[in-house]
Design a protein around this ligand. Structure first.
Ligand code: SF4
Length: 373
């Protein structure tokens, strides 16, 4: 088993309180028992484990600082954390930070520039769209503060390296003809649009029934604009689906049938599965083994039966998916989206109907451009 991404939770708390957050607002409360921030002792242990893994295996992996909100560390502690990782990890292994953007300062950007850590910022769209869900603990929208942080990032002298893009959670009640031009005004290097968390038992917000297509219709409208734009911003999710439709490879889990190895390390060093699984049921992201970077070798974890079982969850097991003509493109979607209390993960994605109309529209575009396989 190979590892592609290690998410390190450097802060278990967040300075804001997004309504759809799987960490705090979908029933799991494990964050309350975690240290608020990773300690220097823990990050040293984590870095040593990652160094040992890089020495044992030449498959490169990305390290992403996550939270909660990772920038709650502040510039000084962030510098110590990044320095530790940078000194241990091979130079070519990317380190990234996923942030809500509010705490970005020039001092933090200088630290990231010095220690080569790139930044992706979460923005859902224009103010009225973003502020609907991405709110502070006082319920106030965070758009203005996020845009201030984003401006510092855009203006930084090392912007070309630092700024990897924007992460945006889709609200199908919004108008993609408004969202896409808005993002173009921000001029990010790329955008990644995400489906909302949810499953067959707890429908994602904005979806009225398992077979409804609100998200698919939204993405089709976005796709039509994207492909008509002579100077588009890269949209990772659509690019992956287009490449997969043409017989190529995707770049991330949730599309296509390539396996991705993902591990999460909590602020106390506990090693868990992809934490988005928390939205399925309480404890879904936990291994039985109680592994920790403080005591366990990651290469050994990767070669364990329990990790292999977790890894194989990425492949859809439902007979509907296994015989689906769109399987090589859709891949059954994200594992968390397949959950149903009665049947576990043995279902097509809750976004199955959405994926089908989106992939169908991609095929139409490729056919019109005489690019079909
Ligand atoms: S989720 Fe639906 S579209 Fe995707 S592979 Fe399964 S059956 Fe096909």
């Amino acid at each position: 088993m190979k590892l592609d991404t290690v998410l390190i939770k450097v802060a278990s708390r967040c300075n804001i309180n997004c309504s759809y957050c799987y960490v705090y607002n979908l029933g799991d409360t494990s964050w309350k028992g975690m240290p608020a921030q990773i300690s220097l002792e823990t990050i040293t242990a984590v870095s040593d484990r990652l160094l040992a893994l890089s020495n044992a295996d030449n498959h490169p992996f990305a390290t992403v600082l996550h939270g909660g909100e990772p920038l709650l560390l502040g510039a000084m502690k962030l510098r110590l954390v990044l320095k530790e990782l940078r000194e241990k990890l091979p130079e070519t292994y990317p380190i990234g930070i996923q942030t809500n953007g509010i705490l970005i300062t020039n001092e933090i950007l200088d630290v990231c520039s010095e220690l080569k850590a790139s930044i992706s910022v979460s923005v859902d769209g224009p103010k009225e769209v973003h502020d609907k869900d991405r709110v502070g603990h006082d319920g106030e929208g965070t758009f203005d503060k996020v845009l201030s942080g984003l401006q510092l990032l855009s203006d930084h002298r090392d912007r070309d390296f630092l700024y990897t893009g924007i992460l945006s959670v889709v609200n199908p009640a919004t108008n993609p003809e408004q969202i896409y031009p808005f993002f173009k005004t921000l001029n990010p290097p790329a955008i990644d649009f995400l489906y909302r968390d949810g499953n067959h038992t707890t429908l994602p917000i904005g979806k009225t029934a398992p077979g409804s297509t609100e998200y698919g219709v939204w993405f089709v409208r976005l796709l039509d604009m994207y492909l008509a734009d002579p100077r588009p911003i890269r949209i990772r999710f659509l690019d992956d689906l287009i490449k997969l439709t043409l017989g190529g490879l995707g770049t991330k889990d949730g599309a296509g049938v390539t396996d991705y190895g993902v591990l999460v390390i909590d602020t106390d060093g506990t090693i868990t599965k992809n934490d988005t699984l928390k939205s399925s049921f309480d404890g879904a992201d936990r291994f039985h083994q109680n592994w920790s970077a403080m005591k366990d070798d990651i290469a050994k974890i990767l070669s364990s039966v329990e990790f292999a079982d977790y890894h194989s969850l990425q492949k859809p097991s439902s007979p509907v998916c296994k015989t689906c003509p769109d399987l090589t493109v859709c891949g059954g979607g994200m594992t968390l989206h397949r959950w149903k209390n009665e049947t576990g993960f043995n279902n097509p994605s809750i976004y199955c109907a959405d994926q089908k109309i989106l992939i169908g529209r991609i095929r139409e575009h490729l056919s019109e451009a005489e690019l079909s396989l």
